[in-house]
Ligand binder design. Structure first.
Ligand SMILES: C[S@@+](CC[C@H](N)C(=O)[O-])C[C@H]1O[C@@H](n2cnc3c(N)ncnc32)[C@H](O)[C@@H]1O
Length: 364
């Protein structure tokens, strides 16, 4: 199997070699003049944040590319977060919405270049090539050297390194996703959910804070890893082709995509089906960096995890700048006395990283 990854954001964002997004300050001031980038918005920018519907996807040639050398590669942006900006406010309640599967799935992948992710034995994954990503978040821009801006952009445009830790763990620990309902929470690239889907999960939901991330990153990656293209290449005969297409469409329908803040996302999914079936697995990587979000995150686990479900969480030990990290989060969880936490793995190279399992303490 293969994973793919792609995104390009234009206008206000420029991307530095390490995948860091920077602000074009001239655009920021004009946004302020037009009333979009005001202090009020900055405090809770949700209202001003409208993702443009016509953002462009661009790709670059993969010729001669070596992911490890390529500053434009998604694999090159897996260094530590460095300097996250401290969260000063409670999370904004960015309204959640569901993203429809594009009607013309082939079009989403048109002119995209795929890049294989190395080192995964069980499942071959690829990402659509992450060409220079420049984005337009009207009224808001990413400040220099920021991996995220709390309440505006929460980091989903790049692949964070704990995602790779968790992917490796799935294989090593032979985590069985077959027939399970899975949520990739704070999905960004969506690789965790895509992996689960490829190894037989019955249903996978993807959630990211930013709508743009879902449209430009998660969905293209998901579709790039779906069987659609292989099927079409293999089969020439029209009738058979149609049958296969509809089978693939049925497969794709098992996945749903959401953007929005966590508590809003909970409300949306819980109200979207009369008898909402809770998740067997909630997979989440690098989502505990900001203590301001712990309450919403904990509440999400509480509301959406099945009684005997498991949260598989990956995190750096500490996030400098924002202040969150494993110790603080575990303390938060212990104080609430709802979940048991168990450390599955400690990766002690570079910045220390943890893989943690959470299960209900009193499942019955
Ligand atoms: C640092 S990124 C990690 C992305 C991805 N999981 C990875 O490992 O590459 C954190 C993700 O958590 C999500 N997130 C963070 N805070 C959130 C909040 N308060 N509400 C909803 N989503 C949030 C964002 O969507 C973002 O993509």
């Amino acid at each position: 199997m293969t994973f793919q990854f792609n995104f390009t954001i234009e206008d206000q964002f420029t991307t530095l070699g390490d995948g860091v997004l920077t602000l074009d300050s001239s655009k920021e001031s004009s946004a302020t003049e037009s009333g979009k980038g005001t202090q009020r918005d900055r405090k809770c920018p949700t209202a001003a944040f409208v993702v443009p519907s016509n953002h462009l996807l661009k790709t670059t040639s993969l010729e001669n590319s070596d992911p490890s050398q390529d500053s434009d590669s998604p694999l090159s942006s897996t260094k530590g977060p460095g300097d996250l900006e401290p969260g000063k406010n409670q999370p904004c309640l960015r309204v959640a919405k569901e993203h429809a599967m594009p009607e013309d799935v082939k079009k989403v992948l048109e002119n995209k270049v795929r890049e294989m992710l190395p080192g995964l034995q069980q499942v071959r994954l690829s990402v659509v090539k992450n060409s220079l990503l420049k984005g337009n978040f009207p009224g808001e821009s990413l400040s220099s050297h920021s991996d995220l801006i709390p309440g505006v952009y929460e980091g989903g445009l790049k692949i964070w390194e704990c995602t790779f830790d968790l992917l490796a763990h799935f294989t090593k620990a032979k985590v069985n996703f077959a027939g399970k309902k899975v949520l990739d929470l704070g999905c960004g690239s969506g690789l965790l959910g895509i992996f689960a889907f490829k190894v037989g999960a019955r249903e996978v939901h993807f959630q990211d804070y930013n709508s743009l991330v879902i449209d430009e990153v998660t969905l293209p990656n998901f579709l790039g890893n779906s069987t659609l293209e292989d099927e079409e290449n293999d089969v020439k005969e029209q009738v058979v082709k149609r049958c296969r297409k509809s089978r693939v469409a049925q497969e794709l329908a098992k996945c749903r995509f959401f953007s929005g803040e966590w508590s809003e996302f909970c409300k949306l999914v819980l109200s979207s089906e009369e008898l909402f079936v809770k998740y067997d697995f909630i997979l989440t990587s690098e989502t505990i960096y900001n203590p301001d979000y712990y309450s919403a995150l904990h509440q999400t686990f509480l509301q959406l995890l099945g009684k005997h479900g498991r949260v598989l969480l990956a995190s750096k030990a500490h996030y400098f700048g924002v202040g969150g990290g494993v110790h603080l989060f575990q303390k938060f969880v212990q104080e609430r006395d709802v979940f048991e936490t168990r450390i599955l793995e400690v990766i002690d190279e570079g910045l220390k990283r943890y893989l943690i399992e959470m299960t209900f303490k009193y499942p019955s």
